[in-house]
Design a protein around this ligand. Structure first.
Ligand SMILES: *[C@@H]1O[C@H](CO)[C@@H](O)[C@H](O)[C@H]1NC(C)=O
Ligand SMILES: *[C@@H]1O[C@H](CO)[C@@H](O)[C@H](O)[C@H]1NC(C)=O
Ligand SMILES: *[C@@H]1O[C@H](CO)[C@@H](O)[C@H](O)[C@H]1NC(C)=O
Ligand SMILES: *[C@@H]1O[C@H](CO)[C@@H](O)[C@H](O)[C@H]1NC(C)=O
Ligand SMILES: *[C@@H]1O[C@H](CO)[C@@H](O)[C@H](O)[C@H]1NC(C)=O
Ligand SMILES: *[C@@H]1O[C@H](CO)[C@@H](O)[C@H](O)[C@H]1NC(C)=O
Length: 196
């Protein structure tokens, strides 16, 4: 039995000319969004868990840009008690020339904007690409806003927790116009910061 992300990764035809659009503002940059470092003495967060992580880059021909898509299942064990949704599927797409690291040599990463992976009334999962050196070496940032009034008191009972993760995914397919990496995981993403 494969998860939704794995099946989507294999089945979804991502080939398109369209450069993906980003929401101009991050949900996390709304007022009150200062991220403070988490210390073990203050909190006891379990790491986010990522599974079925795939990276797919496809282009129409050797002169066209690749359209890359990172997709994975994301589970937050810290949110299981009070939240009906404690996991989601993330799907992040961006254009890549196949050579230059993004964030290097004058290239920019979509202004550091987050994409929503899932959104409820007061809660959400979001992610952004921090850097992309090669398909074997890129970094994601993950933010989860959820409800917890056991460890947090009002009005701070909707914390947003953040993790960054460096991914080196095994190559499973490489052709002139197609690159595919996949790791079943689970991969832990340690929570480093929190905002209220
Ligand atoms: C990933 O997201 C993009 C943009 O939102 C969408 O066009 C595409 O169909 C999604 N792919 C999958 C496999 O969900
Ligand atoms: C929240 O409180 C429970 C019960 O005291 C504890 O087990 C858990 O580790 C706490 N979570 C965090 C993030 O500190
Ligand atoms: C991932 O985190 C879980 C929960 O904290 C822990 O039990 C497990 O050993 C960790 N796995 C790795 C590979 O660090
Ligand atoms: C390659 O694809 C691009 C983008 O669709 C297109 O504009 C170009 O004409 C194609 N080049 C060749 C040689 O097919
Ligand atoms: C940076 O860009 C310049 C101009 O496009 C190019 O000549 C050079 O090779 C690039 N360097 C790297 C490391 O990609
Ligand atoms: C990823 O790329 C960065 C920048 O080039 C480099 O500093 C880092 O060592 C690389 N990590 C791995 C695991 O190759």
């Amino acid at each position: 039995m494969y998860s939704a992300a794995f099946l989507l990764c294999l089945l979804a035809p991502i080939l398109t000319n369209a450069v993906p659009s980003r929401s101009p503002t991050s949900v996390s940059k709304t007022p009150g969004g200062r991220v403070v470092p988490v210390t073990k003495s203050q909190f006891n967060f379990d790491p986010f868990q990522l599974t079925n992580i795939c990276l797919d880059c496809v282009r129409l021909n050797t002169t066209a840009a690749f359209l890359c898509e990172a997709m994975f299942n994301w589970y937050d064990p810290n949110s299981i008690k009070e939240n009906p949704v404690s996991s989601c599927v993330c799907n992040y797409t961006w254009a890549w020339d196949g050579v230059t690291g993004i964030g290097e040599n004058g290239t920019e990463i979509d202004d550091g904007a987050y994409d929503l992976c899932w959104q409820g009334d007061m809660t959400y999962f979001e992610m952004r690409l921090v850097s992309f050196h090669t398909a074997e070496n890129f970094t994601l940032e993950l933010g989860h806003r959820y409800h917890d009034d056991e460890n947090f008191t009002r009005p701070w009972d909707y914390p947003t927790t953040f993790a960054q993760i460096d991914l080196q995914l095994p190559l499973i397919e490489k052709a002139e116009n197609k690159i595919k990496h996949y790791a079943r995981g689970p991969v832990n993403a340690t929570i480093y910061g929190i905002s209220g």
